[in-house]
Design a protein around this ligand. Structure first.
Ligand code: UDP
Length: 427
């Protein structure tokens, strides 16, 4: 899917709409669910929703909005999407804030707060007052609420959606964020585990994947094997493929995946594929990619791929080509890559953090492992177990696919969001 990103002050991100409609999702969600969605959307005709985030592509939030907006528009809903713009310094600060909120023990660059407010002030033009509900994603644009005029604020409902795992022990920073978020009318969190005790009406709504998106649609075996071979990866029949797809980020656990893989590889042939890329709002990616390059240099059977942010088809094919999918995060808002892997019928081994345990039932449709260095042996043990028991691995994969069909498809996400919008505008 291609899209045009417009800058601050422009009305909207233009997405090519009309390719898919909500009715295309009947085979996945069932006719009854689609009828309920259509009925709910009809009740909201005439209501305008404005979504604001900080990246058009790259990362889970952009992934969801890219699918959500065209479908909602096809349902006759007036949905507007704006992406804030900012300089390098702004995104360095917001990434350090993100890391800090997720518990990384580094000093927060307090001086960056000035740039944060300056950038939010420039982007405040995006809030032109035409929307009934404004949905702000993550901390980057969260400051906008403090910058709109009182008349506009009074006639709009503002919702903050948190896609990160808040580590509650960092009180000074969370208290600062808290005072900002408590200006909102409601907040949405991706996991009950990171629900803060703030004075705000809070909802838990788990993220979702789009089964018809380029990232998840069915592919032929020829397509899958063709793409796998193009990247120099051996056939999983010969050498099982263990895959990790994640931005190059300190919380995604790349190093632990490498250590666990090395333990398994001593016993049996297998390959590790680390797929990552960059996000416009994440300046750390390149540094971490280079560190990983050094770490894997000269090690056989490890493929490290730094792909452009729109490599959906390639990632889809590699997820389908994989034998086992890893997501050994040490902090995780939700972890869309877990549902993506499960949807492709793969057993997923994930860190027991944030939204991952909402997706993986340990030992049923995948495995949960202790996050961080203490989980490396456990992860290696689980990988070996799945490699030794391919029938069981397939069964876990089938169960994972059923879990996603039941709970993590976009239709449920649309239902949650429209129900919330209805609650807010009829209050
Ligand atoms: N992704 C991608 N290219 C990459 C790395 C990740 O397209 O190089 C996608 C991945 O398939 C998933 C999303 O970005 O759809 C990541 O979402 P997740 O919730 O797992 O993590 P986040 O990046 O939001 O922390």
């Amino acid at each position: 899917m291609t899209a045009v990103q417009k800058g601050a002050g422009d009305r909207d991100v233009i997405l090519p709409g009309g390719e898919r409609t909500i009715y295309d999702y009947i085979p996945y969600a069932g006719e009854e669910m689609i009828e309920r969605l259509v009925k709910l959307s009809e009740e909201l005709h005439g209501i305008t929703v404005q979504q604001v985030n900080s990246a058009l592509v790259g990362g889970g939030v952009a992934e969801m909005l890219q699918s959500l907006i065209p479908i909602q528009r096809s349902m006759g809903l007036d949905v507007q999407w704006n992406v804030i713009t900012g300089g390098h310094e702004f995104f360095r600060f917001t990434k350090s804030l993100h890391n800090f909120l997720q518990g990384k023990e580094t000093a927060l660059d307090i001086m960056g707060a000035k740039t944060y407010w300056e950038t939010n002030a420039v982007n405040a033009r995006l809030i032109d007052g035409t929307a009934d509900v404004v949905l702000i994603h993550d901390p980057q644009p969260a400051g906008l609420i403090a910058l709109v005029g009182p008349e506009i604020r009074a006639r709009q409902k503002w919702v903050w959606r948190c896609h990160i795992q808040l580590a509650r022990e960092i009180h000074q920073v969370t208290d600062y964020l808290r005072s900002l978020i408590e200006l909102y009318d409601a907040a949405i969190f991706s996991s009950a585990r990171s629900l803060p005790q703030w004075n705000i009406t809070s909802y838990i709504s788990l993220p979702y994947i789009d089964p018809l998106a380029e990232k998840n649609r069915e592919l032929t075996d020829e397509q899958v094997q063709g793409i796998r071979a193009e990247y120099g990866i051996d056939d999983a029949e010969k050498k099982p493929i263990i895959l990790l797809v994640s931005r190059f980020d300190p919380f995604k656990g790349h190093a632990y995946a490498i250590e666990a893989f090395e333990l398994v590889r001593r016993e049996r042939p297998c390959q590790l594929v680390l797929v990552g890329g960059t996000a416009a709002d994440d300046p750390e990616n390149q540094e971490i990619f280079e560190e990983l390059q050094d770490r894997v240099a000269g090690r056989p059977d490890i493929h490290l791929l730094n792909l452009p942010p729109d490599s959906h088809l390639v990632i889809n094919a590699l997820q389908r080509a994989a034998s086992i999918i890893l997501q050994p995060s040490i902090r995780e808002g939700f972890g869309l890559t877990v549902s993506e892997g499960m949807w492709k019928g793969k057993p997923v081994i994930g860190g027991d953090v944030g939204g991952i345990p909402a997706q993986i039932a340990d030992g049923y449709n995948g495995f949960l492992v202790t996050p961080g260095p203490d989980g490396v042996d456990e992860m290696a043990l689980r990988i070996s177990y799945l490699l030794r028991n391919p029938l069981l691995a397939r069964e876990m994969g089938r169960r994972g696919q059923a879990t996603v069909k039941e709970r993590f498809l976009i239709t449920r996400g649309i239902w949650d969001e429209l129900t919330l919008v209805k609650n807010l505008v009829t209050q």
